[in-house]
Design a protein around this ligand. Structure first.
Ligand SMILES: [Zn+2]
Length: 385
């Protein structure tokens, strides 16, 4: 059987460990009044693996070191992006794919200059050099960028050229919102963001209003834009699972995981049309919060306690103590407001998916993707799978 996929999706749930996944599954069951774990689309994928996440200098990785591992196959220190600990540039596999004519799309629900998406197109000594990272988008020449906008569109001191102008001069058609994207269809290279005035990260699912852009819509637009005879590679990140983890905000976290699963569903729908050519990998860069089902003493998870919450703590800062109390009553456990060093799951389906079975390291994932797509790290030549 031919195992070379043409269409490859790498979905990264930032901060999405097994606790977050099990919690989201339990939440769906609880809405039905059942005690069970209702599987999400991707937790039903036939292949399951476990990936270690440590960085070059810590058992507990940050998103830029993990993103670098997932994009280049090399470990680096926390805080560094697309460079090794000695600050030598590393190459993301997206460049290898692009060199070989395969269209590339980078999608995230957080700003596109944030650590995880940035690891797939940029090199920087510091993940916080947002503007220096952003201006590497036109240099990449990748075909589609979409989701959140920019953390610092005119630089840290607001003295740099507007990044949207830089993109346009670099050959990108900037679309704001889905209707604008549709009207600009056929453009060579697309950068799709929220409507004007809302260009930072996409709102949390719990806070969303009907006019807000969603991760699912951006993934669908990426497929629509990139689809063609050469295939494509799409990296799509659910970036705010992590943020809700940092906030120890269970309800927001659960709804972000479900929103991320909805975005994966778009790829699952695509794979139904091209089953022999589509590989979908879903993983995480690390776990955030030490989130778990159960707290202190006892055997009951009481997710009904979360019903009354309808905004994230990030948008309603005054609700922080009340939400902490709800999490306690629900028996949702948290051990930290930072990341943890536990291994994360890898789910895969489609041609080549069997290479993601069992135990692996996060650095193995991009190497395996390149190999399965027919390119190894060293050679320009297509290799046999
Ligand atoms: Zn984080």
């Amino acid at each position: 059987m031919m195992e070379r996929p043409k269409f490859v999706f790498l979905f990264i749930g930032d901060g999405m460990g097994l606790g977050q996944i099990s919690m989201a599954e339990a939440y769906i069951s609880s809405l039905k009044g059942e005690i069970s774990n209702t599987s999400l689309s991707f937790t039903q994928f036939p292949v399951f693996g476990l990936s270690t996440t440590y960085s070059a200098n810590s058992y507990i990785t940050c998103s830029s070191a993990a993103g670098t591992a997932l994009s280049t196959g090399y470990k680096t220190n926390n805080g560094m992006l697309g460079v090794d600990p000695q600050n030598n540039k590393l190459q993301s596999i997206t460049y290898k794919l692009k060199e070989n004519g395969i269209p590339v799309g980078i999608v995230s629900s957080v700003t596109i200059d944030h650590a995880t998406p940035a690891a797939f197109y940029a090199n920087s000594l510091s993940r916080s050099s947002y503007y220096d990272i952003a201006i590497q988008i036109p240099e990449s020449g990748f075909d589609f960028f979409g989701g959140g906008g920019f953390a610092q569109p005119t630089g840290e001191k607001k003295d740099k050229k507007d990044i949207y102008k830089v993109l346009e001069e670099g050959g990108y058609t900037v679309a704001r919102g889905i209707q604008d994207y549709i009207s600009k269809k056929g453009a060579k290279k697309i950068a799709l963001f929220q409507e004007s005035g809302k260009e930072a990260d996409l709102p949390y699912a719990i806070d969303r209003t009907p006019s807000d852009l969603t991760l699912k819509q951006v993934v669908a637009a990426a497929i629509d834009h990139l689809y063609g005879p050469k295939g494509f590679f799409i990296m799509a990140e659910g970036g705010k699972i992590d943020w809700a983890g940092h906030g120890n905000d269970a309800k927001t976290n659960i709804l972000e995981v479900l929103d991320f699963a909805d975005a994966v569903d778009v790829a699952v729908g695509f794979a139904k049309r091209y089953p022999n050519e589509t590989l979908i990998i879903v993983t995480a860069d690390h776990e955030t919060g030490g989130m778990t089902l159960g707290r202190e003493k006892g055997y009951e998870l009481k997710l009904k306690e979360l019903d009354s919450q309808n905004r994230s703590v990030a948008t309603d800062k005054e609700s922080v103590p009340a939400v902490a109390e709800l999490n306690k009553k629900a028996n949702v456990g948290w051990t930290t407001t930072s990341h943890t060093g536990t291994a994360v799951p890898v789910f895969a389906t489609g041609p080549g998916s069997r290479f993601f079975m069992g135990r692996m390291d996060n650095t193995d994932i991009p190497k395996r993707i390149l190999r399965i797509m027919g390119f190894d790290n060293q050679s320009e030549q297509r290799i046999q799978p």
